[in-house]
Design a protein around this ligand. Sequence first.
Ligand code: JA8
Length: 276
Amino acid sequence: MKIDVVSIFPEYLAGLQLSLIGKAVDQGLLDLSVHDLRDFTFDRHNTVDDSPYGGGAGMVMKAEPWALALEHILGGKSPETVRGEEHTVSGNSAEGEPAGNGKPILIVPSPAGPVFNQRIAEELSNADHLVFACGRYEGIDQRVIDWSAQHFDLRPMSIGDYVLNGGEVASMVMIEAVSRLIPGVIGNPESLTEESHEDGLLEYPIYTKPASWRDRDVPEILLSGNHGAIARWRRDWRLERTAEIRPDLLAELHDLDKHDRSVLDRFESGDESVKE
Ligand code: JA8
């Protein structure tokens, strides 16, 4: 997968070179490029923002540097070449054609987008080319967002109901969630299927040695060697914990069996079982 990120703080994204994602880049599973938006400005001060038409607080990111940066990503041209050109994009012809089917996906982190989740991470992990446009200030001139929809599958995307100072951290969150789903990035793929959110339930609690620590004992059933009983205990715990902490997730579940239902009914009637 190819991932491009555009930001006025490219150093911010340096953390992505560490750990698992850095390894994936080294192994060639992931082709990650971070672009400095200021490389696509002409003036002495490398201006990327200006005051908003119609008034209001703060500054707005100018359209042209964004268009040049995105055209650079589409066409694979150097910022120097892009500067010297008429600013038209010649479709996706010749070398500009992305490896996969259709347009590259342009993700624009924004509190106004739909909320990113594991399902979207899975969908995006199948893409050939993702581009992240990290806005700052009050946001990006709407015209270049509208323009970009001709060349990209445009996806405004929030990571939750809070406001950040820019799209960088949101992009890093999404890049980490997506890239760990690319085959080969995670050493043990089994750990992927056992995770929270993978099947819509929160995780069961986990323990390691010693069996007794500061007067706290590991639940007895985990020492029993009865794998069937352990699996049932873990599932019951997951159902109860999800009902308690994230009832919104339960509403999305469709593959509950009779036992699952009875565990939830018991929990809802106030008769908790597994967790004590
Ligand atoms: C922000 Br400025 C800016 C750009 C993107 C995002 S995503 C989020 N939650 N807040 C703020």
